[in-house]
Design a protein around this ligand. Structure first.
Ligand SMILES: *Cc1c(COP(=O)(O)O)cnc(C)c1O
Length: 414
């Protein structure tokens, strides 16, 4: 960072402060992770200087001798990692990736069916404030009010009645594995395209601890920066028959030139994910979620669906007589960073909901295992029991920071 320091002291100082924050806090935000130094280096390479609209072998500018190879390597590795027939590595992020899929298969006004935002779906799955809800007739399905699980029979009924052109399976806050076979059956019954958006759990699929949606879905999108632990970006995978439609939708449909530095960093991350250690990471992510769930249950926390089989835990704090926001803010002061989140059938408003969402990917990347998750659960219980006890909270923050020093975070050299 010597050059940044010379040119722009203010941004240098802010980056250093953020490094310190990421090093000293326990990061339980379910969508976040720590990428390796190798991924960081590729991200900051000169590949950012090159324009390369188009695809390998058919670009609109000269000088693509190297970039074509970078993009082809990223594609080949993604194919190997996920067993996909066709991969597009150009989407700038998860939201544009989904938009490209809609452009490929839908006309404005067509019906889409996705998981409702307050039940754990993503904005881009048809929320009214998103282009997906403004340009399409967005219908939604949700969780069972009885147990917080997806109720597949009611999804089937909803699909029969609204006849969607496209069904989206995938979420940002559902702590259980999805039944892709069931979604496939429903899509076939109503003649819909099945899109699986595996942004959150792609790392678990890559690591072999979560069923893969590839055999079931027509199209699979995923961000590369969540549990998959790559740079900020996204990929779209599909059957060969949809390859041309997907590629055309990404470019020239919604994007211009790809971010080649990101493509290179994806290739690095996919190589890391193909290595045997990544399987250990993925298994540990799930084991850690189970360990943290068990600890929280011991302290009488009410977990949506009663637990987790991925990296995600959703806690309903109603019985603790504290709101999600108060809990999240107190925990942040204690050095434990997560987000407030709606729970199924939440009586409170989305900006001030009843729950918090926790994820175990980032802490697993820095080496936390079951024993550490027990400690984290105990700190969470202590803070939520007394969210206004500032003395207790600052003591915990100090303990958290010194605890974190024993588990150096990848990519951060402090
Ligand atoms: C995070 C997420 C996205 C969007 O990713 P961005 O990179 O933030 O645009 C899309 N779908 C799901 C399910 C997500 O969790």
């Amino acid at each position: 960072m010597n050059e940044v320091k010379k040119v722009d002291q203010e941004i240098y100082d802010l980056i250093k402060q953020e490094e310190r924050r990421q090093a000293d806090k326990i990061r339980l935000i379910a969508s976040e992770n720590y990428v390796s130094s190798a991924v960081l280096e590729a991200t900051s390479s000169v590949l950012t200087n090159k324009y390369s609209e188009g695809y390998a072998g058919k670009r609109y500018y000269e000088g693509q001798q190297i970039i074509d190879q970078v993009e082809e390597l990223a594609i080949e590795r993604a194919k190997e990692l996920f067993g996909a027939e066709h991969v597009n590595v150009q989407p700038y992020s998860g939201s544009p990736a989904n938009l490209a899929v809609y452009l490929a298969f839908l006309k404005p006004g067509d019906t889409i069916l996705g998981m409702a935002l307050p039940h754990g779906g993503h904005l881009t799955h048809g929320a009214k404030v998103s282009i997906s809800g403004k340009y399409f007739n967005a219908e939604s399905y949700g969780l069972s009010p009885d147990n917080g699980f997806l109720d597949y029979e009611s999804i089937r009924e909803k699909a029969r009645s609204c006849k969607p052109a496209l069904i989206i399976a995938g979420h940002s806050a559902y702590p259980r594995e999805l039944d892709f076979e069931y979604f496939r059956e429903i899509a076939d019954e109503v003649g819909a395209i099945l899109l699986v958006d595996m942004a959150h759990f792609a790392g678990l699929v890559a690591g072999g601890v979560h069923q893969s949606p590839i055999p079931y879905a027509d199209v699979v999108t995923t961000t590369t920066h969540k549990s998959l632990r790559g740079p900020r970006g996204a990929i779209i995978m599909c059957k060969q028959e949809h390859a041309a439609a997907i590629d055309k939708a990404v470019f020239p449909g919604i994007q211009g030139g790809p971010h080649n530095h990101t493509t290179a960093a994806m290739a690095v991350a996919f190589k890391e994910a193909l290595a045997p250690e990544f399987k250990d990471y993925a298994r540990q992510v799930v084991d850690n979620a189970v360990a943290l769930s068990d600890t929280l249950k011991k302290w009488d926390f009410d977990l949506v669906t009663g637990g987790s089989d991925n990296h995600l835990i959703l806690v309903d704090l109603t019985n603790k007589e504290v709101t999600g926001k108060i809990a999240a803010k107190a925990l942040d002061r204690a050095g434990i960073v997560l987000n407030y989140n709606a729970v199924p059938n939440d009586k409170r408003k989305p900006f001030d909901p009843s729950g918090v969402r926790l994820g175990t990917a980032a802490v697993t990347s820095r080496g936390f295992r079951e024993a550490q998750m027990v400690q984290v659960g105990e700190w969470i219980n202590a803070v939520i029991s007394e969210p206004e006890n500032d003395r207790l909270i600052s003591e915990i923050a100090e303990d958290v920071a010194s605890y974190c020093r024993e588990f150096p975070a990848p990519g951060i050299d402090i």
